[in-house]
Design a protein around this ligand. Structure first.
Ligand code: PLP
Length: 396
């Protein structure tokens, strides 16, 4: 019996260029983003300038984490304590957490079998909030043209959570560029890795001036290279609290070469995803996720559904695959384990039950596909899952 021995949490090393740049920062010691030698462009400011250009955005702000980026975006658009904010029921804990961190209340919107936001449910709840924090969870992008129309018709501002879609696009427009604000994570398991880190992009000067003040720019915002002009700060600079969460030059140095390689890395991720999909195709009882033509995704993870399976049968699949080295995450497990979670796990948000979504969330099986996996590794993983799912399915 084949056994897989790789690690689902092992990312590639930081590229040499990033290591060299990091060493240079360590050697000169100016890690704080505003600590510049005369004439020097700080790594953080350069990163923002480059990422703005890469995303085709007017402005970019680098921050301490993806979750911090989301909370800052909410504050910058004026979300107040007690407000409701719409968000996906299928997402990860930092998203409702960001909403709760500003004293607002997440209102969860259901998920479809394609693992994207349910437009009918969104429409039904649209009048409850002014902001939709749209999470492109696990890289699945909904019909963004339709979503933008729906948001426009219902007066919803869109903040995009692009933790899993950095570099992906819908219909030729990059993820994070359909809404008012795009937020990205640079945490180890995302598409670029600085341990922790986040990026915010937008074309809206007012929002980005607020966000810049919020992250703790003191009166040094003039040193940014992808921030709004000083006039945008005039009226707000003494009225906006400093909630420190800046990025530092060490992380920025590590990130800059990784961003240059984003498209190439995306192509490598997708090769792995395709091997998984091909290996799992037509497995009885297992449903693959259909990806629309317009969705140009980057698949750094893979999902499939075991729809309407009994809990014990799903547990058995997880156990059997685990015994062969394939760590499946059961996102819908009744008790949250590690990163797995459903909206039921966020009790502080007092979520309302959504039976149609529960049926899908209960079925979601997930695994990361780090680039340290070869295509052969992926074929082996698919074969193991296929054998074990088939075996349990046949038992009943
Ligand atoms: C990782 C992640 C974030 C942000 O995470 P940080 O760890 O704070 O950078 C946001 N949304 C989703 C869906 C994520 O997976």
């Amino acid at each position: 019996m084949d056994i897989f021995t790789g690690s689902f949490t092992q990312q590639e090393p930081i590229p040499d260029e990033g290591i060299e740049a990091a060493l240079a920062v360590l050697r000169h010691g100016r890690l704080h983003r505003y600590n510049e030698a005369p004439g020097e462009i700080a790594e953080t400011a350069a990163l923002e300038e480059e990422f703005a250009a890469q995303m085709g955005a007017k402005y970019c702000l680098a921050v301490a984490s993806g979750g911090y980026a989301l909370a800052t975006a909410l504050r910058a658009v004026g979300v107040k304590p007690g407000d409701r904010v719409l968000t996906n029921a299928f997402t990860l804990a930092p998203v409702p957490g960001a909403i709760a961190s500003v004293g607002a209340k997440p209102v969860f919107v259901g998920v479809t079998e394609d693992l994207v936001i349910d437009f009918d449910d969104l429409l039904a709840k649209a009048d409850q909030a002014d902001v939709l924090m749209l999470s492109h969870m696990r890289g699945h992008i909904c019909d963004m043209d339709a979503l933008v129309r729906l948001a426009c018709d219902n007066g919803l501002k869109i903040i995009e959570d692009c933790a899993h879609t950095m570099g992906a696009s819908w219909n030729g427009t990059l993820s994070g560029r359909h809404g008012m604000i795009g937020c990205y994570s640079c945490q180890t398991y995302k598409h670029v890795n600085s341990g922790e880190g986040g990026l915010i992009v937008s074309d809206n000067a007012e929002v980005m001036a607020h966000a810049t003040m919020l992250t703790g720019s003191y009166m040094l915002y003039g040193r940014h290279r992808a921030a709004p002009p000083p006039e945008a700060f005039e009226d707000i600079r003494l009225d906006t609290p400093n909630i420190s969460g800046r990025m530092d030059n060490l992380r920025a140095a590590i990130l800059r070469p990784q961003l240059k390689a984003l498209d190439a890395q995306g192509a490598r991720w997708n090769e792995r995803y395709e091997v998984m999909d091909a290996g799992l195709a037509d497995t009885p009882g297992l449903k693959l996720i259909e990806r629309p033509e317009a969705e140009d995704f980057i698949a750094s993870s893979h999902q499939f559904l075991l729809l309407d399976w009994a809990d014990d049968a799903i547990r058995e699949v997880v156990r059997r695959c685990g015994a062969r080295g394939v760590e499946l995450k059961w996102f819908g497990a009744p008790e949250p384990v590690a990163f797995t979670s459903t909206y039921h796990s966020w009790r502080y948000a007092e979520p309302e039950a959504m039976p149609a979504s529960d049926r899908i969330l209960r079925a979601v099986m997930d695994m990361r596909l780090p680039l340290t996996f070869s295509l052969e590794n992926c074929a082996l993983i698919a074969r193991i899952i296929r054998e074990e799912v088939s075996a349990v399915y046949q038992q009943g």
